[in-house]
Write a protein that binds this ligand. Structure first.
Ligand SMILES: Cc1cc2nc3c(=O)[nH]c(=O)nc-3n(C[C@H](O)[C@H](O)[C@H](O)COP(=O)(O)OP(=O)(O)OC[C@H]3O[C@@H](n4cnc5c(N)ncnc54)[C@H](O)[C@@H]3O)c2cc1C
Length: 420
């Protein structure tokens, strides 16, 4: 066959679109829907490698999908993103929490807020979000292709050509919303992007320590820090069968994702069970208790806000036996107790998955993205949204907020650029 003939043949077999979104997850659907709403005449496709779309949305938030977090100030919102906090400032002024809530409500998904600030569909199921997205994808005539794993991306004659396991697709503009996919990062690296190496974020700490091993389920407000680092956080800590979890620990795992990875998840965690009290002032309080409650047995009742069972454990860890009265406790024992209460040191060895939500830190280097448009500074007409970027947040709905914000901005920008 003549070369031109072959070209024509390939061209005919190729599926042509104005815009192709790679990845049928939260960010991909949100981008496609917003773009189609802006410009109904565009031919848009979503390519998804799996048989199912929106699979992470389905399992998210324990099956309820924590869509965002009730933080309505754009600057404050950025503070929840260990990676992306500087870059998201601008985007959040365009599309943030209030916009998410309005968007979903406008599309029939009512959103409710829980006491801790997390926001969920009122229906209490992620299916409400999935149904909404699928209904819009169909009514807006966005073509959805499943089982299409994009294996190569090439720029040919002002078009992007995408080779999947089954077909060849082409589009003027593409948006990459493939989440934490190592294969796609490798492909993008070959195309000239820099990838910040992925490491896990949002995990719990493994710790086998006599002081807490018999206390799973006990929770209290603490402040914590990791020895020899600047990593600190505060909030509720939950003792688990494997070690420690709860917001104080999850925040540390997110902010320290890279450092803790480099430490091979073996480090010393210092817990202040009394939150912001210091050991010296607690020692004074313990000395007053020794005088005021001389005849009482120490272990019987916690004089602080910590649960009794934890108090019992810390008293024993300070070498004070079960029968000791306040009158009989030595100065050294009181010092040890103050230490256990305010500077309680634990050897952490390893991590476990936090089942409610886990994300990956790492991805496309943020220096290579124009955050006014979510457009690549390296490749022409390529946009990004969601977790494919080196952006991640602590738990609570912030990771989806990043997907919605990025998707919305990419859609606006692609719409504008298609008009030119
Ligand atoms: C168990 C769990 C619970 C979570 N709960 C919450 C929560 O309640 N709130 C919250 O804010 N965050 C939550 N998260 C995080 C949140 O799910 C992610 O941040 C979010 O899904 C990222 O969206 P995304 O569209 O960027 O990526 P994804 O949702 O991962 O979607 C990417 C899609 O791209 C597809 N894809 C990848 N490579 C290719 C390719 N080469 N060709 C075609 N398709 C491809 C994938 O199959 C996938 O469907 C949770 C995460 C987990 C794992």
């Amino acid at each position: 066959m003549h070369v031109n003939c072959i070209r024509k043949h390939i061209f005919a077999a190729m599926q042509q679109f104005d815009v192709i979104i790679i990845g049928g997850g939260a960010a991909g659907f949100f981008t496609a829907i917003n773009l189609a709403e802006k410009n109904a005449s565009l031919k848009i496709a979503i390519l998804e490698r799996g048989k199912e779309v929106l699979s992470k949305v389905r399992i998210s938030g324990g099956g309820r999908c924590n869509v965002t977090h009730a933080c309505f100030d754009a600057n404050e919102l950025t503070g929840y993103y260990p990676r992306g906090n500087k870059e998201l400032r601008g985007p959040f002024h365009t599309f943030a929490t209030a916009d998410t809530v309005t968007w979903f409500q406008r599309h029939g998904v009512l959103i409710k807020k829980e006491d801790d600030g997390r926001m969920f569909p009122q229906a209490n199921t992620s299916q409400a979000v999935i149904d909404c997205f699928i209904r819009l994808q169909q009514s807006l005539r966005i073509q959805l292709f499943t089982g299409e794993n994009v294996l190569s991306i090439q720029h040919n004659a002002d078009k992007w050509q995408l080779q999947t396991t089954q077909h060849i697709f082409a589009a003027k503009e593409i948006c990459i919303a493939t989440g934490s996919s190592p294969a796609m990062w490798k492909l993008l690296q070959q195309l000239g992007h820099t990838i910040v190496p992925p490491v896990p974020s949002l995990f719990t700490f493994n710790c086998k320590d006599e002081r807490i091993i018999h206390l799973p389920g006990v929770a209290t407000n603490v402040s914590v820090h990791i020895k020899d680092t600047r990593l600190r956080s505060s909030g509720p800590l939950l003792i688990t069968h494997w070690g420690m979890s709860g917001p104080a620990v999850l925040k540390l795992s997110a902010w320290g994702a890279r450092i803790l990875h480099d430490m091979n998840y073996a480090f010393t965690l210092i817990v202040n069970w009394l939150h912001d009290e210091d050991a010296e002032s607690i020692l004074q309080k313990l000395k007053s208790l020794k005088e005021q409650q001389a005849q009482r047995i120490i272990i019987v009742k916690s004089p602080f806000t910590i649960p009794n069972r934890l108090w019992e454990s810390l008293v024993q860890a300070a070498s004070i036996n079960k029968q000791t009265r306040w009158a009989d406790v030595s100065k050294t024992q009181l010092q040890q107790l103050a230490q256990q209460l305010c500077q309680c040191s634990f050897n952490i060895k390893g991590k476990s998955t936090f089942k409610e939500e886990f994300v990956t830190a790492g991805g496309i280097d943020l220096k290579e993205i124009d955050f006014k448009t979510m457009r690549s500074k390296v490749l022409p007409s390529v946009y990004f949204a969601g977790e494919v970027l080196n952006i991640d947040a602590i738990t609570g709905g912030f990771n989806f907020q990043n997907a919605w914000t990025g998707g919305y901005i990419a859609a606006l920008a692609m719409d504008e650029s298609m008009l030119i």
